[in-house]
Design a protein around this ligand. Structure first.
Ligand SMILES: [Zn+2]
Ligand SMILES: [Zn+2]
Length: 386
């Protein structure tokens, strides 16, 4: 089969690799029809993780079941399914509590928890930027889709990661109807957090970024764009909220946060959020932070430490939630919002490419080129258009 193989920093190529196959009775084999390039793939693509050359990315996957193991009960050949990026067993202590983001079985390092397809430090699982994907514990991990699955793939594929992750950010931040919410980062996850806040009935959603195309995407769903290359975002949020600050806020940028000049400051959005959110407000952090960042410039960041303004955070009596999204907690309900015509997350998609053009997709997306907001790959689809 073909896969988008990582060869080293900023280099991927489409290559023949051994076919994914059923390895255990509980496995499901999926022919991938839609798989996304994610912002979190870029940390690995840029060589800022220990992702091994020769492996392939792809944790936002949708496709059609072509084979099931002898121990699979529910999922059937022919079903269209979307896979949470979390690989989870369904029976460990964390999975039983719904915390599939921290599965203890799918992560081979005993001191760690959590696994994902095609991801650094998240277990041995192959990615889905390929023609076939092996889905372990298939009955637990596959979310089956309805009759409109094939024609609405660009909506449903967002259930693998960014729609639930954006939603999770608003859950961690306790966004409720009527709230004033600020989102830092208008990349795909930030836009989905803004979309989720809108769906939840927030009265005002403010989105901070500096890429005009991304801010325009956020504005399309009624969010107020704040360009932090032109104004101080903390002042802008305070002005919009009568000096009080937002009720809550979401961090959708992560450790490679940088200023408009391009200089990285892993603490930048966190500290801006603390100052943008009111006293006793709530913050959800879904942007990626890492225990070590050897590629960072300063010593603190190399150790995975961040100069967080804890004094200001404590003084304000704020609460913060963080970490990866337990996709299964939300994907069924969000699927039904899509099926019911209440949500259309494909509005974020800017490009659909065949698998062969994935290397170009990575290049453009990594360069944050204007208009490249979200790239969807269609393995095997000769009709995908650039
Ligand atoms: Zn993702
Ligand atoms: Zn588990």
């Amino acid at each position: 089969m073909k896969a988008v193989v990582y060869e080293g920093p900023r280099k991927v190529s489409v290559k023949e690799v051994p076919d994914a196959r059923i390895e255990r009775p509980t496995d499901v084999l999926v022919r991938i029809t839609t798989t996304n390039i994610c912002g979190s793939d870029l940390h690995m693509y840029e060589g800022r993780t220990d992702f091994e050359p020769g492996r392939w990315f792809g944790h936002e996957n949708l496709g059609q079941v072509v084979e099931v193991g002898s121990g699979v009960d529910k999922v059937q050949v022919g079903d269209f399914v979307v896979l949470p990026f979390n690989v989870a067993c369904g029976h460990c202590k964390n999975c039983e509590c719904g915390l599939t983001n921290y599965c203890l079985t799918a992560q081979p390092v005993p001191e760690w928890a959590g696994a994902a397809y095609g991801f650094a430090d998240m277990g041995p699982w192959a990615g889905g930027q390929a023609e076939l994907l092996r889905v372990p514990w298939g009955d637990f991990n596959c979310l089956r889709l309805g009759e409109d699955a094939e024609e609405r793939q660009n909506d449903y594929v967002m259930l693998a990661d960014i729609f639930p992750t954006g939603y999770h950010a608003t859950e961690l931040a306790h966004v409720k109807p009527g709230d004033q919410t600020v989102i830092y980062g208008a990349g795909p996850v930030g836009c989905m957090a803004a979309y989720s806040a809108v769906l939840k009935g927030a009265s005002r959603v403010m989105v901070v970024d500096r890429h005009p195309d991304r801010l325009a995407k956020a504005a399309e769903i009624g969010a107020i764009p704040i360009d932090d290359s032109k104004v101080d975002p903390v002042e802008a949020v305070n002005e919009l909220t009568m000096g009080l600050g937002a009720d809550n806020g979401c961090e959708c940028v992560g450790y490679q946060a940088h200023d408009p000049q391009g200089e990285e400051h892993p603490n930048m959005t966190l500290n801006n959020l603390v100052r943008s959110v009111r006293f006793t407000g709530t913050i959800g952090v879904v942007g990626v932070y890492v225990p070590q960042d050897p590629g960072a410039k300063d010593e603190l960041a190399k150790q995975g430490e961040v100069a967080f303004d804890f004094g200001q955070f404590w003084f304000r009596g704020q609460t913060m939630g963080s970490g990866q999204c337990p996709v299964k907690k939300y994907n069924r309900a969000l699927r039904d919002l899509i099926a019911g015509g209440k949500a259309t997350p494909s509005w974020i998609v800017s490009h659909e490419l065949p698998l062969d053009q994935a290397p170009e997709g990575y290049e453009h997306f990594d360069a944050r080129e204007p208009g490249w907001t979200k790239i969807v790959l269609h393995p095997g689809d000769v009709h995908a258009r650039a």
